[in-house]
Write a protein that binds this ligand. Structure first.
Ligand SMILES: [Zn+2]
Length: 300
């Protein structure tokens, strides 16, 4: 009887590889506009998403991202080293975005003077080069934390209408915090760009988290890292400022998967309470960082 049981057990075990075969594609995270998912497949597999081939790490880990206007249905296609194809259709949660009208801005803030166009173009190209990096090291495995704590004064996706003129949606998350507040890297990575003063974004840092995933930190005051430096999650990289086109001290944090703009808030999860909020609950969500009637610190 015992021998029969053992034989049965062995039989069950030998059936396992076939079951694992169908599990050669797993995805974690939520398919939602602005969201990022981490996939795992067989090492050596090819992954195609939205017409692009995504980098697959040696152990089969890969990333896929959903832009602000990602369609309601998207498909991940995987070709295993054996030649077998797997597909997974994702229902992408659709979001609605608010519209922010900001009037009375100096016109040069809304439309830059022509003599600055060359400077702006070259700065944009510099940021673009950092976002185009396709680094093999999957630094993003560290996961994400908030790079600074404070009141959220601007969210991902909002459409901005400046002095009545529609402008690019806001792709970052604005965290209002006093000038000099510590900014840490939300995930491991390698520093891809440090610029002391860009026209729009002021003192700017871009960190490459691998596989085309980058974080940008805008309107900084001081910066403490250099291009090429490897940084670890939680390491201080800068302080909050109001440099560039900004209406007050805040950190604008942006996350891209190459050209796909992601919502940083979805990566970092709920923000932990700051010491100040714990000490004085009345100020939570209030306009502590701004004088009454003053514009919320943010970028246009
Ligand atoms: Zn912003």
């Amino acid at each position: 009887m015992m021998r029969l049981l053992v034989a049965f057990f062995i039989l069950c075990l030998s059936a396992l590889p076939a079951a694992a075969q169908s599990g050669q594609l797993s995805l974690e995270g939520k398919p939602i506009q602005g969201g990022l998912m981490r996939g795992k497949t067989a090492p050596g597999a090819t992954v195609t998403f939205d017409g692009k081939t995504m980098r697959v790490a040696e152990d089969g880990v890969f990333l896929i991202g959903f832009g602000r206007e990602a369609p309601a249905e998207m498909t991940v296609e995987v070709r295993l080293p054996s030649g077998r194809a797997l597909t997974r259709t994702l229902q992408v949660e659709q979001r609605s975005y608010d519209v922010q009208r900001i009037d009375g801005l100096p016109q040069t803030m809304v439309t830059p003077p022509p003599e600055l166009l060359a400077r702006i173009r070259s700065e944009n190209a510099e940021i673009q080069r950092a976002r185009d990096l396709d680094t093999a090291v999957p630094f993003f495995r560290s996961g994400f934390i908030w790079p600074a704590l404070g009141r959220i004064s601007g969210i991902y996706g909002s459409q901005r209408i400046l002095n009545g003129q529609p402008r690019q949606p806001h792709y970052g998350i604005d965290i209002a915090a006093p000038k000099g507040t510590r900014v840490v890297t939300p995930a491991d990575g390698v520093v891809a760009l440090v610029h002391p003063d860009m026209y729009y974004t002021g003192a700017t840092i871009v960190i490459d988290h691998g596989h085309g995933l980058t974080s940008a930190f805008l309107h900084l005051d001081e910066t403490f890292v250099e291009v090429g430096e490897i940084v670890r999650q939680g390491q201080r990289i800068a302080t909050v400022g109001s440099s560039g086109r900004s209406t007050g001290a805040h950190l604008d944090w942006r996350v891209n998967l190459f050209d796909i703009r992601l919502d940083p808030a979805l990566l970092a999860g709920p923000m932990p309470k700051t010491g100040a909020e714990e000490a004085s609950p009345a100020s939570a969500g209030g306009a502590k960082a701004t004088a009454p009637g003053a514009p919320a610190p943010r970028t246009q």
